[in-house]
Design a protein around this ligand. Structure first.
Ligand SMILES: [Zn+2]
Length: 465
C-alpha cells in the first residue's frame, strides 16, 4: 500500500547539500505539508509514496532555495539615482528623501514586485534590513509565500556619523527605537507558519548610539531572535568611527560587547585583519553583497577580507542588496561575482570554488538567519524549500558539472519551479501567489506620485526627445 504525500518530485538531479554533499541522480523527493518526508532514488521512493501532485524533474536540477542575505524592500527607485555618486551623497540627497516619502501602500505594492523578482530568480528566503511600514511588509511576505526576516528600520542619530541623516527623517529616541522593536517582535515574530522572523534591524553605519546597539542585542537575546545592521561599509564610515571612538567599527562593537552568534553584520567591506578574529571568536554572522559593493565602489576587491573571514570560520552569507544600490535581485549573478571577484583580486583561481559559493548562498544564508536546523539541505525532516532549474536550456547543453554551470553560466531566468514551506510559488515560470499584472498596474500608478512627494528628480545624461 502506497503512502500518499502532497508533492512528489521524481527523476531529478538533486544537489542535496547534505553532509557528504551528495549529488543524487534520478532522485526523488516526497513532500507532505511543509516538510520533506523522504529523499532517495526515484525507484525506491516510488515504491513507498504516491502523490496528487507529481513533478517530472527529469530535465531539472533540484537544490535548496537561495537566501538573499541583504534584500531591502524599501529601495524601489530603480534608475533614479545617478551612478557616479559617493555613498554619503547617494544616501543623503537621494535615498533618504525618497524613502521618507514612501507610504504603507507604496511599500506593499513595491515589495510584491521585488518578491516576485526574487521568486522568479530562485530566492526562497531573504533578510530584509529594515522597512518603514512593517505591517505592509509582513502582509506582503505572508501573501507571497516566501520566507523572510524583517523589522522596522530604526536609528537614534547617536553614532559617530549621526548628523548625516536629515533632521526630519525617522528621528526617534533610543526609548522609541527599543519599544518599536520589542513591539514588532511580540506582534509578528513567527508569523505565517514561522516563515516570518522579526529581527532588531538598526541602520548601524554610524547613526546608532552604543546604547541602541546594546539595547537591541539584549532584545534579540531575550526573544531568541537576531540583530541585523549595516557595518563597516566604507572607508568614510571607518574614519568617522575612529575620530569619535578611537576604534574601527567592528572593533568598537567587540569592545562594548555587542557581537555574537545572533548578530548579522551586512556589507563589512572595510574590515581589518584583527577584526576578523573578533568575528570568529564571537561567531558573528556576515553578509557580503557584491552587486552593491561594486556599483557603489566600496573597494571590495582591494580591501575585502571575506576570504580571511571564511578561513577563520566566520559564517559569510551572500546578498544582492536593494535595487537602488545593487540594482537586481538575481542571486545567480551575485554567486557569479562572489566566485570570480576574489580570484581576480588575489590573482589566484584557487582562493574560492563554485561549491563554496553555493554553500554561501544556501547553508551560510540559513545559518546567518537562524534557520539552519530546518533549511538548506534536501533531506527528510527538513522544511520543503527548494528550486528546480531547467537544464534543457542551452546554457546547460551539455555540461559536465552542474555546480560550475549554476555559478558561472546560469542566471535566475533558468529557475523553473519554486517551492517554499511545501507550497508551489512558481511552476513553469508562472507565479502562483502574486498577480504580476495587478502588481505592475499599482506600481506604475504609485511611482509618479512618490516621485512628486520626494522632490527628487530623475536625471538622464542623454537627451530624451
Ligand atoms: Zn542595506
Amino acid at each position: 500500500m502506497l503512502e500518499t504525500v502532497d508533492i512528489l518530485i521524481e527523476r531529478g538531479t538533486l544537489l542535496t547539500l547534505d553532509r557528504e554533499r551528495r549529488i543524487l541522480t534520478d532522485g526523488a523527493i516526497a513532500i507532505r505539508a511543509d516538510r520533506i518526508i523522504a529523499v532517495g532514488k526515484t525507484a525506491d521512493i516510488k515504491k513507498q509514496y504516491t502523490a496528487g501532485k507529481i513533478i517530472d524533474a527529469s530535465s531539472r536540477v533540484v537544490m535548496p532555495g537561495l537566501v538573499d542575505g541583504h534584500a531591502h524592500l524599501n529601495e524601489i527607485a530603480r534608475g533614479l539615482i545617478p551612478d557616479d555618486l559617493k555613498t554619503s551623497d547617494w544616501l543623503k540627497y537621494w535615498c533618504y528623501p525618497y524613502f521618507a516619502a514612501t507610504t504603507a501602500e507604496d511599500e506593499y505594492w513595491y515589495s510584491q514586485c521585488l518578491i516576485a523578482e526574487m521568486i522568479r530568480s530562485g530566492t526562497t528566503c531573504f533578510a530584509e534590513p529594515g522597512c518603514k511600514f512593517l505591517p505592509s511588509i509582513v502582509k506582503s511576505i505572508e501573501k507571497s509565500g516566501i520566507r523572510a526576516t524583517t523589522g522596522s528600520w530604526v536609528w537614534d542619530h547617536g553614532g559617530p556619523d549621526g548628523q548625516k541623516c536629515p533632521e526630519y527623517f525617522l528621528k526617534m529616541s533610543l526609548k522609541e527605537c527599543l519599544e518599536l522593536t520589542e513591539n514588532n517582535i511580540k506582534s509578528f515574530n513567527g508569523a505565517a507558519n514561522g516563515r516570518i522572523k522579526i529581527f532588531a534591524t538598526i541602520e548601524g553605519v554610524g547613526t546608532c548610539s552604543d546604547d541602541l546597539m546594546i539595547g537591541t542585542k539584549e532584545l534579540a537575546d531575550r526573544y531568541g531572535t537576531s540583530t541585523l545592521m549595516h557595518k563597516a561599509s566604507s572607508r568614510e564610515e571607518v574614519a568617522a568611527e575612529m575620530r569619535v571612538t578611537g576604534h574601527r567599527p567592528v572593533e568598537h562593537m567587540y569592545k562594548i560587547g555587542v557581537l555574537g552568534p545572533n548578530v548579522f553584520l551586512n556589507h563589512m567591506t572595510a574590515v581589518d585583519g584583527y577584526e576578523v578574529e573578533y568575528l570568529a571568536e564571537t561567531d558573528t554572522k556576515v553578509c557580503q553583497n557584491p552587486p552593491a559593493a561594486l556599483k557603489l565602489a566600496k573597494g571590495t576587491t582591494q580591501m575585502g577580507k571575506f576570504l580571511e573571514m571564511r578561513k577563520a570560520g566566520v559564517t559569510v552569507a551572500l546578498g544582492c542588496d536593494g535595487v537602488n544600490s545593487g540594482d537586481h535581485k538575481d542571486m545567480f549573478r551575485a554567486m557569479y561575482l562572489a566566485a570570480t571577484l576574489p580570484k581576480d583580486a588575489r590573482i589566484d583561481a584557487s582562493v574560492i570554488t563554485a561549491e563554496e559559493v553555493i554553500e554561501m548562498a544556501t547553508l551560510n544564508g540559513y545559518r546567518a538567519t537562524g534557520w539552519d536546523k530546518d533549511l538548506g539541505v534536501l533531506e527528510a525532516g527538513r522544511k520543503a524549500d527548494m528550486i528546480l532549474i531547467d537544464i534543457d536550456r542551452p546554457e546547460f547543453v551539455p555540461t559536465y558539472n552542474y555546480v560550475y554551470s549554476l555559478v558561472y553560466t546560469a542566471s535566475g531566468d533558468c529557475v523553473d519551479t519554486v517551492i517554499v514551506d511545501g507550497k508551489i510559488l512558481m511552476e513553469g515560470r508562472e507565479l502562483t501567489t502574486i498577480d504580476l499584472a495587478e502588481v505592475r498596474a499599482h506600481c506604475r500608478e504609485l511611482a509618479p506620485q512618490l516621485l512628486t512627494r520626494s522632490n527628487v528628480k530623475p536625471v538622464s545624461r542623454w537627451p530624451i526627445v
